[in-house]
Design a protein around this ligand. Structure first.
Ligand SMILES: [Fe+2]
Length: 278
């Protein structure tokens, strides 16, 4: 039996596949732009890894594009075929994806929460839960889940930065700005390129009218953003919001034209209809 970076049992063919799995998860939780290539590498190393097919379906669901549903159905049926030899935890991941694809968001969230209760080091379930709960506008669920898993984590466990980053966002969305700021900077101290933590602090500052600090933060951290996904456009949009609040409209339009709505940007070219830019 192989294990992932957090020590959980993983159904896969080899140590090489287990490392490839960790590389995918690290890419997903870190908002890396090459996450789908990492996933392809995992599928090449082990085409029969059940969670690889579940991740492919779940990541595709994350684009919230109805045109993807046939492809997601194929990911689900591939995972169903492979899940007879998968663990209880892996089968629960498939169950969450099935609920999600069927449009039952509450059931989806409940399965991920159950996984996090039983296996609090399951960073994939944790991050998917945070992702969907964010879009559903359920900060209380985000908060409850992160506070439930946090005591089980230590600073040397891979992925701990993501726990703090998500804690920052959950608390920001719930209005507890002091905890949010502390958690956000804890994540940044672990990885200055953590764009989700950066985003949480940007929200935190936006909500408090701390525009100059917000601009300083984003300008100071942007040198660490190489390789990040389209969330970068959203960070530039946040940067524009701070300028807008300061009535610096030339700076807003400059960011609009050159950064977050630049049709020639490689990130825009890659996914022209992704919704997160603005
Ligand atoms: Fe935002």
């Amino acid at each position: 039996m192989h294990r992932d970076a957090q020590g959980l049992e993983l159904t896969c063919a080899s140590e090489e596949a287990a490392h490839a799995f960790d590389h995918v998860v690290e890419g997903y939780i870190g908002n890396r732009n090459d996450t789908s290539q990492r996933l392809n590498a995992l599928l090449a190393a082990d085409p029969d890894c059940p969670l690889a097919h579940v991740m492919r379906g779940a990541f595709t669901m994350g684009a919230f594009n109805a045109n993807n549903m046939d492809f997601i159905g194929k990911c689900i049926s591939d995972a169903q075929t492979l899940c007879s030899r998968a663990s209880e935890r892996e089968r629960a991941h498939l169950s969450a994806l099935e609920h999600w694809a069927a449009g039952d968001f509450d059931a989806t969230m409940a399965v991920w929460e159950q996984i996090c209760r039983q296996w609090p080091h399951d960073i994939l379930a944790f991050r998917l839960h945070h992702f969907l709960g964010f879009w559903l506008g359920k900060p209380e669920n985000l908060m409850a889940n992160v506070e439930a898993v946090l005591p089980h984590w230590s600073r040397d466990l891979p992925g701990i930065g993501t726990i703090h980053a998500c804690r920052a966002f959950a608390h920001e969305e719930s209005g507890s700005y002091v905890i949010a700021e502390h958690a956000g900077f804890t994540a940044i101290s672990i990885d200055p390129g953590d764009v989700w933590a950066t985003h949480a602090i940007a929200h935190n500052y936006e909500m408090q009218g701390r525009r100059s600090e917000g601009l300083e933060l984003l300008k100071a951290l942007e040198k660490n953003w190489d390789g990040a996904n389209n969330l970068l456009h959203h960070l530039w949009w946040h940067q524009a919001l701070f300028h807008y609040d300061r009535r610096e409209f030339d700076a807003v339009l400059h960011l609009y034209d050159n950064n977050f709505r630049n049709p020639d940007s490689p990130l825009t070219q890659q996914m022209p209809d992704l919704y997160i830019d603005v």
